[in-house]
Structures are given as C-alpha cells and as structure tokens.
Write a protein that binds this ligand. Structure first.
Ligand SMILES: *[C@@H]1O[C@H](CO)[C@@H](O)[C@H](O)[C@H]1NC(C)=O
Length: 502
C-alpha cells in the first residue's frame, strides 16, 4: 500500500507497516527481567529502565501507600517483609511443594499460607495485606509494561513473555493470569531457550543451509540451568519457499542449579564468619534484616570473585550498629559450592540423551545466562563437553529478550518479519487417559487406558488426531503429563511429582 511507509532494517529484517503499534517482549527471570520493543523505525531494541539500565530486578515492595519496583524495591530492605522477589519459584505450586519450603526457609521474613480452595500459596503480610504470587507478579508485569511504554513513547499491549522450558501447565497458566491482571495481551509464552535459539539463528541466517548444524546452548541463570540442543537448517515450505528453521532437539535441566544457590552458600558463610567474630551475643541468622543485607553482600561477593582471587566482604552496621568485615577467597567460594559445580555436566548429558545424540555431533556449545560468568562453571562445563572452547558469541544477558521480541513482531499484524521457522518440542511427554467398560469372560470390568499424545521431544505444538472407535456416547478423558515415561534422575522425582500435576 502506498499510504504506508515501508521501513526495513537490514540487520534484523523486520519490516514495519503501521505507525502506532509497538510490541514488547519480557524475558522474565527469577532475579532480573529484561524488556525489548519493536516499533516503527526502531526494529528491535532493549528497553532502558528509569535508571537507564538494561535489566531490572524482578521485585516489588509494598508499603502502606506506595509500590516500589526494580532497584527501588530492593533498596527498601530496611523492612524485608515488604519486599517480594523470586516469585517464579512459587507460581502454580501447592503449599506442600518442596520449592515452597525452600523459599520459606530462605525468606523467613515472609509468611506463606495455604489457599484453602486452590491449595496454592499466598503471602500474608498482615490481615489487610495478603497477596498471591500471581498478583504480585501481575504488578511487576504491569510495571515492566509501563517501562516499555515510556521507552517506546507509545502505548503497548501486546507482549511475548519468556518462561523456562521446564515450566509445566500450572506454572504457565500462573504467568498468563499475572499478565491478564496487568492488562497485557500475551501473543505467546515462549520457552526462554527457544527465544535464545531464535535470536542466534536470525543473526546467522546466511550461514544456515540444507545441512543441519547442531548447536548446544548452556544457560545458567539465577534460579535454574538448562542445556538445549538446537538443529539449524533450511527447509522447503509450501507457503514461502526455502526458509531457515530451528528445531529443538534435546533439553536437559536442573531446576535448582544457578547463581542464587551460590549466593545462599556465601550468605551462610558470611553469617558464620560474623558469628565467629563474637562482636555480638546474638545469632545473626535470627535477624531477618541483617540476613537480607548479607544476601546482598553475598551477591556482590560472587560477582567480584569471578574476576578476583579474594575479596573483603563488608557491611556497615550489619546488626546493632556493628560493622562486619571478612576476607573470602575464590578457593573458599569454590569449596562452598563444590556440590553445585558437580551438577554442571548433568543437563548436558540429559539433553544429549533426549536428542539421542553424541557430543561430537554438536558443533558448538554456547554460553547463556548471568551465572556462567563464574569461572568454575565454565571450567567444569568445558571439561564435560570436550570442546576446545565455549562459545561466547551471543549476548548472554539479552539474547532471550531479543529472540522473544522478534517473535512478537512475527506474531503481530503490524509488522512483517522475514520468516524463521521455529519447531519447539514437548519437554514432558503428554498423554490422554480414559476409562472404558469392557467385558472379560462374561464380566463387565472398567479398563483404564493411557495413550501417548506427544512423546518427549516430539515437535510441539502440532495437531494430533486420536480416534476412539469403541465409544458411541459421550465420555470423559484427561490430558496430563506421562510421568512414568520420564526416566528422571532421582533428584527430580520428588519435586516433579509434586509440581507436574498441580
Ligand atoms: C499499571 O501501571 C501504571 C503505570 O505504568 C499505573 O498507572 C497503573 O495503576 C498500574 N495498574 C495496576 C493494576 O497496577
């Protein structure tokens, strides 16, 4: 159409048809969130927040007449009870879930109660202040949308939001519910590993040909670790000729392995050192405010120890106006986290097993996520993958937000995006279950049947047709995860059995 200005950006191949409709992506991490926008004339860009930073803490602080977000929320640690963070771990979980217990242990300032109807949790701050994790996340999402709108200088309603690949249906619904409360229209929940893979592919369109190339992304974030094997190749399509495609081939993950667990180890270590200094008769572990300060210092310590061999941790007025100072070395840090580093290779092995591939079929292992900056993680991973080096050729922090915003532009009617086919895969097998009357030796019995709809790693979403030819009246069936098919390592069993069916 002549009346529409056509703009093209040669790097990203996003063509803009409309002039008013911007879309956004939100890479929703357990510690940080990153937003990106596409708007006319600005193809893909990371949103800068009020502090002009490219990432924003996923946190909200609720005071009596005030809501604070991001850095301002974390700055209100004088009263840790008013600050809510790491909400993802609680989404869609029953009160008796192990992850809820883990959360309660590390954030003792919060009182987590069981919702009598849903069996899920809510925060009870006082009789008047009670919030579910979804409501709190809704506030955070609304804030993120506000930041994106301020940056875009126009209204935004449409968003693609990332979730961890291992999120189950209950967890995904919780994110959608939060987005609905924030008034966001979710074009798609995209698995964060798929968003990263898309971002990688879009910028290497020219290198993709008919021969499949397998790449592994190793993503260690704050709350979890995921290894993903992706095949890139061109395929012929009916609608638009030969196009590049990415296919998720194998996924391995560790739900608890990440930077936060390291922070907790350091926090505990600092608490021990403070108590040993005997400057106070009280146990610092009993003081929520002091422990919140130690967690913050632990996070700084971890970052500094990634570049230095030792560091002097210090907190002024940690407790009862007593200052705290103690030296921690990288070696000590690595000893504290030794069992965590041992878990680094496992997602790689699980991803290979799921893809039915061997290491020598993987061309490159690419690092993603904030916690891969810890030198020991890279050292252990490098050994586990047997490559000469680890790929650092994508922006480890922003690739997911950028991939998700490309998808947002592709799904929005306001933009025309050069096709890049995405074939995701079912991380958990999905089955249909039903009960049928049968006759056995003249007796009527009930027969319970299960049939697999999607095998693990089957391309997804995809249409499936199942014929029930023995029925001639209405009947009920359930669709659920086929847990028994999952050969999960023991450490997953407890967590999974509690969360998958919530
Ligand atoms: C969402 O954020 C805007 C500011 O961007 C604010 O005016 C509005 O009250 C918020 N809505 C909710 C439901 O929190």
């Amino acid at each position: 159409r002549e009346d529409i200005k056509l703009k093209c950006n040669f790097v990203t191949h996003v063509f803009v048809f409309a002039v008013t409709v911007a879309v956004m992506s939100l890479d929703l991490g357990s510690e940080w969130m990153k937003m990106a926008i596409v708007k006319p004339g600005v193809p893909m860009e990371i949103v800068l927040n009020k502090e002009s930073r490219r990432k924003t803490p996923t946190a909200v602080c609720l005071k009596e007449n005030e809501r604070l977000f991001g850095d301002s929320a974390l700055g209100s640690m004088k009263n840790p009870k008013t600050v809510y963070r790491r909400l993802q771990t609680l989404l869609g979980k029953k009160h008796n879930n192990l992850q809820v217990a883990h959360y309660q242990k590390h954030f003792p300032e919060h009182q987590l109660q069981e919702d009598p109807v849903r069996g899920t949790v809510y925060f009870k701050n006082s009789e008047e202040m009670q919030y579910t994790p979804e409501e709190l996340l809704g506030m955070v999402l609304n804030y993120s949308c506000g930041l994106a709108q301020d940056f875009a200088e126009q209204p935004i309603k449409d968003a693609v939001i990332t979730v961890p690949a291992f999120f189950n249906q209950a967890e995904r619904r919780a994110v959608l519910q939060a987005a609905q409360m924030a008034g966001l229209k979710v074009l798609q929940l995209i698995n964060d590993n798929t968003a990263v893979a898309l971002n990688y592919g879009v910028f290497r369109r020219k290198d993709i040909d008919a021969t499949p190339k397998n790449v592994m992304f190793y993503d260690m974030g704050s709350g979890s670790t995921t290894a993903t094997i992706v095949s890139y190749q061109t395929v012929k399509t009916k609608e638009s000729g030969t196009q590049p495609q990415l296919q998720i081939r194998g996924v391995g993950f560790d739900r608890g392995l990440g930077g936060f667990e390291m922070d907790l180890r350091l926090q505990d270590h600092l608490a021990k050192l403070f108590n040993e200094q005997k400057k106070s008769k009280k146990d610092v572990r009993e003081n929520h405010r002091a422990m919140a300060k130690l967690l913050k210092e632990a996070q700084r310590l971890k970052t500094v120890l990634s570049a230095n061999m030792e560091f002097m941790a210090q907190v002024e007025g940690l407790m009862d106006d007593i200052d705290f100072k103690a030296k921690v070395t990288r070696t000590e840090f690595e000893e504290l986290c030794a069992d965590l580093f041992q878990r680094v290779p496992r997602p790689v092995q699980d991803a290979l097993a799921a893809a039915e591939m061997k290491l020598d079929e993987i061309e490159q292992v690419i690092l993603v996520g904030g916690s891969i900056r810890v030198p020991k993680v890279q050292e252990v991973l490098l050994k586990a993958v047997g490559k000469e080096e680890l790929g650092k050729n994508i922006n480890a922090d922003e690739a997911a937000a950028m991939g998700a915003v490309y998808q947002a532009a592709a799904l929005s009617k306001a933009f025309k995006v050069k096709p890049f086919l995405v074939r995701d895969a079912a991380v958990f097998p999905i089955q249909v279950e039903f009960t049928r009357e049968a006759e056995e030796e003249g007796f009527k019995t009930l027969k319970h049947n299960k049939r697999i709809l999607f095998q693990r790693m089957a391309p997804y979403p995809q249409r499936k047709v199942i014929t029930f030819n023995r029925y001639n009246a209405d009947f009920a069936f359930d669709i659920n995860y086929a847990l028994t098919l999952l050969q999960l390592p023991p450490r997953f069993k407890l967590i999974s059995s509690l969360t998958l069916f919530s």
